[in-house]
Design a protein around this ligand. Structure first.
Ligand SMILES: [Zn+2]
Length: 459
């Protein structure tokens, strides 16, 4: 049996520390398994991309070696953001699959692999089946080809043709030294924006800040630059460019669930009655805004793969997560893209008579906690959560239990959920009033301690 480290085959992707658990040999074996799985679906061609990490070029070489050994043909689009690989798979003739070598927003010693086969983002059992193929040495044999193709011009033209700015905006773009910076800057300039660059050179050592715009501390440089430059808007990308953070002209960041309120109102003005999917971590004010705008609001599991699957199943026009993944179906292809999301935000802000700060202030804001983490030893967070779910009854409120447990009350909600990416249980609470928030927190505190009175709670 071939030896690979099983723990790197995760819920949404393959990911691990480079040359430790994620070795060149493993990457080549994943290429063989992926190529074989692709052929089994009747496909014989795949788009390959990589982010700006230092291990990218050698992992690309081994991925190509693995893929072509099965007879699959590779279209290498080079060092580009993850969404540009989705774009290539969605638009190039005769190819409907892609593989991206990316560590997303993780520290520089990590890398990983995200995969789409025949239009489906791989997760869960799909990824476990690749592991099984490797362990069983169950690979197709053949000899595929490799071509290099530049996709950027087509990508940029598509966005520039789609987005019309009612006026010129001055924006600051924080690339976080990830792969999206230079591409985002070029697209926004082609749209007619005046762009000030911050950390837009690609540097796989990430010398400035973590490339995760969902964490407020990573937006501090952007906030300062927006204020200093007197810019209309700030946009920050995560490491592989499938998410973006938004900062208004006063330096306030707009969390993704409140961004979604604006995007929903905009999309529903052209798609009346459209369905919008939001993840369980979102504010309960979001479905209210969607319904007021005439849309159908549907709550769903966290995770970009789950969200994309639900979007396809329902025919939804828009979807989004608190993490910052926004999925556009109206005028786009249904996938998450930080550059395209930033462009849509520019369009909305340019169309408004108000500044971004005044426009964002019209959106309701609940009294809520950030995501609160309760750490466990590896794997034990699932055990704790399962026990909690089994033993706990909520006599009031509406329970959503497909992904963790979210309980919606008349005046707020609470969430408890085991993470699929690290050994933590995440909690989040929101109330219409401080008293409601305090009551909901106290209720969860009591129920958690009833399951394990030794736990140290982060709230
Ligand atoms: Zn990402």
């Amino acid at each position: 049996m071939t030896q690979v480290v099983e723990s790197i085959f995760r819920m949404y992707d393959i990911r691990g520390v480079v040359d430790d658990v994620l070795t060149e040999e493993t990457v080549e074996l994943v290429g063989k398994a992926l190529g074989s799985a692709l052929l089994a679906t009747g496909q014989d061609k795949i788009v390959l991309a990589r982010d700006g990490r230092l291990s990218g070029p050698r992992f690309r070489d081994r991925m190509i070696a693995g893929l072509i050994s099965t007879g699959v043909n590779v279209v290498d689009i080079g060092q580009v953001p993850t969404p540009m690989a989705y774009f290539a798979a969605a638009t190039l003739e005769g190819v409907n699959s892609c593989v991206v070598i990316t560590g997303s927003h993780n520290p520089s010693n990590y890398n990983g692999i995200k995969m789409v086969v025949d239009g489906i983002t791989l997760y869960g059992d799909y990824i476990q089946n690749l592991l099984k193929r490797i362990q069983d040495n169950d690979f197709s044999e053949g000899s595929g080809s490799v071509i290099e193709q530049d996709i950027f011009q087509a990508y940029q033209s598509y966005i520039v043709n789609d987005i019309r700015l009612a006026k010129t905006l001055k924006i600051v773009v924080d690339g976080g030294n990830g792969v999206a910076g230079p591409f985002g800057v070029a697209v926004f300039r082609a749209m007619g924006c005046e762009v000030i660059e911050l950390f837009c050179d690609i540097d796989g050592t990430f010398p400035n800040h973590h490339s995760d715009p969902a964490k407020p501390q990573n937006l501090a440089d952007l906030v300062a630059a927006v204020k200093e430059e007197g810019a209309d808007l700030g946009i920050a990308f995560d490491g592989d460019g499938d998410r973006c953070g938004i900062v208004d002209n006063s330096g306030n960041s707009l969390y993704a669930d409140r961004q979604l309120m604006l995007y929903a109102q905009d999309v529903l003005s052209r798609e009346p009655g459209g369905e919008i999917i939001y993840d369980i971590k979102c504010t309960s004010l979001l479905p209210k805004i969607i319904e007021q705008a005439g849309g159908k609001a549907t709550i769903w599991k966290t995770g970009h793969s789950f969200m994309k699957a639900k979007m396809r199943e329902t025919g939804a026009v828009l979807g989004g997560e608190v993490s910052g993944h926004i999925f556009w179906k109206e005028r786009w292809f249904g996938f998450d893209d930080g550059i395209y999301t930033g462009a849509r935000m520019c369009e909305i802000v340019a169309k408004s008579e108000q500044t971004a700060a005044d426009l964002f202030a019209t959106l309701p804001n609940g009294i809520n906690t950030p995501e609160l983490d309760m750490p466990f030893a590896e794997g034990e967070h699932y055990q704790f959560f399962n026990k909690f779910k089994e033993l706990t009854q909520f006599t009031e409120g509406k329970v959503f239990d497909l992904d963790g447990l979210r309980v919606d009350f008349a005046d707020g909600w609470g969430l408890i959920r085991p993470s699929n990416t690290s050994p933590i249980v995440t909690l989040r609470f929101e109330g219409e009033t401080q008293a409601a928030l305090d009551r909901i927190k106290a209720l969860f505190r009591e129920k958690i301690l009833a399951v394990d009175s030794n736990l140290k709670l982060p709230f």
